[in-house]
Design a protein around this ligand. Structure first.
Ligand code: HEM
Length: 378
């Protein structure tokens, strides 16, 4: 996507046009993106057309997701769910994450050759999110399959076929979570579902939508962050050397991966009133596409924006958004990725890609590897 961002940037930091038949404002400037994200007069909105009868399950569920709520409705639900994502609660997951990463690496290092996406990042993140939610052990395999498909429902490249599948899945998942809620009501555990049931401030629909949103937002994006991390070092062996010499740079390295290969490349807003951004007149009702991956490479903010440099000390990327919808799971995603990278770099001396070609998934809103097969030397 970076070639496209460059061409768009040449037309200005905010440009009116049409890409992939989607008309609207395309924003590549850092300052403009940050401004729009922070200004509450730009709303988030369900990306499906409101008029059609189709995809009713998906629409019903999305209508109660905080990601698509605004103002007071959003604030109310967000404050409630925040209770399950305090820094202290997230820090409590460290031992579990360390244990899972170690367990996976023990197996993979013996195998020598494996797929980073499906053998390492995916099992780690799905176990963590399933544990946080309180998904029962016996359901975890099915749960993992659902997670992969659902991401497509919020991507801009979604087709009728993927939407049909997501709609069906949305129905299955809402049935699943509604029966899980019944079980947790009878026998609460030490998990987010039980916590929100006990708080008793959400409607059942809000609870179900929140759980599904967490599966979508919290799972694949973190898989992509971990996979993109291993991929970025593969493409920049000199930075791998820097990390090997200075393991304490792991945290900075993750911030640089977030900037350089952001798992979320795009988000959208609608103007709720006539306004101006960077001297351009935006009319109420117009759609804006915020290219987070472009803002992260804005040369006005980052020196050598197209270089991957883990020694950067200031990396104010926009990969987790900003403002009211700032990512709820950023602390968790950072923790998982840092532990994964630290343990991987401690135990692996060098690694190479097994296949010559690396394939990215055909998604516009996300930077996601199809697979990343590597051979490791310890
Ligand atoms: C929101 C990115 C991981 C849950 C967001 C937004 C971004 C983002 C850009 C804002 C969207 C917008 O304003 O339009 C990421 C990235 C992740 C990640 C890059 C991993 C590297 C997670 C995790 C969770 C999570 C682990 C939860 C377990 C959420 C939720 C929202 C959100 C619930 C909606 C917040 C709201 O509407 O108030 N994320 N996310 N994310 N994220 Fe994440």
């Amino acid at each position: 996507p970076y070639g496209l961002y460059k061409r768009l940037r040449e037309r200005g930091s905010i440009y009116k046009g049409s890409i992939l038949k989607q008309p609207g404002w395309f924003v590549t400037g850092y300052k403009e993106t940050a401004h729009i994200l922070k200004d509450p007069s730009f709303f988030t909105r369900i990306p499906l057309p409101e008029s059609t009868e189709k995809y009713s399950h998906l629409k019903q569920i999305q209508s109660k997701m905080m990601l698509y709520m605004n103002q007071e409705d959003h604030r109310k639900l967000r404050l409630l769910v925040n209770k399950g994502f305090t820094p202290k609660q997230i820090a409590g997951f460290r031992p579990l994450i360390e244990e899972v990463v170690d367990f996976l690496l023990d197996e993979l290092i013996v195998k020598e050759e494996f797929d980073v996406v499906s053998d390492f990042a995916f099992p780690l993140t799905s176990l963590v999110i399933a544990t946080i939610l309180g998904v029962l052990e016996e359901d975890r395999e099915t749960f993992r399959d659902w997670a992969a498909l659902l991401l497509q429902s919020i991507d801009f490249s979604r087709s009728h076929k993927t939407l049909e599948a997501s709609d069906q899945l949305a129905e299955e998942l809402s049935e699943y979570f509604s029966s899980l809620i019944v079980k947790k009501r009878a026998e609460p555990g030490d998990d987010l579902i039980s916590l929100l049931i006990i708080e008793n401030d959400c409607t059942e629909d809000e609870l179900i939508s929140t759980f599904i949103l967490l599966v979508i937002a919290g799972h694949e994006t973190t898989v992509n962050l971990i996979s993109n991390t291993i991929h970025s070092f593969l493409k920049h062996p000199e930075q791998w050397e820097v990390l090997k010499r200075n393991p304490s740079l792991a945290g900075y390295a993750i911030e640089e991966v977030l900037r350089f290969e952001s798992p979320t490349q795009l988000t959208a807003r609608v103007a709720m009133k006539d306004t101006e951004v960077a001297g351009k007149h935006i009319t109420c009702g117009e759609q804006l596409y915020l290219m987070l991956g472009a803002a992260n490479r804005d040369p006005d903010v980052f020196d050598e924006p197209d270089e991957f440099l883990i020694t950067r000390k200031q990396v104010p990327h926009l990969s987790f958004g900003l403002g009211a919808h700032f990512c709820l799971g950023s602390t968790l995603a950072r923790l998982e990725a840092q532990i994964a990278l630290s343990q991987f770099s401690k135990r692996v001396h060098t690694y190479n890609q097994t296949k010559a070609e690396i394939k990215w998934r055909p998604l516009t809103g996300f930077r996601a590897l199809e697979e990343l097969r590597i051979t490791v030397q310890t």
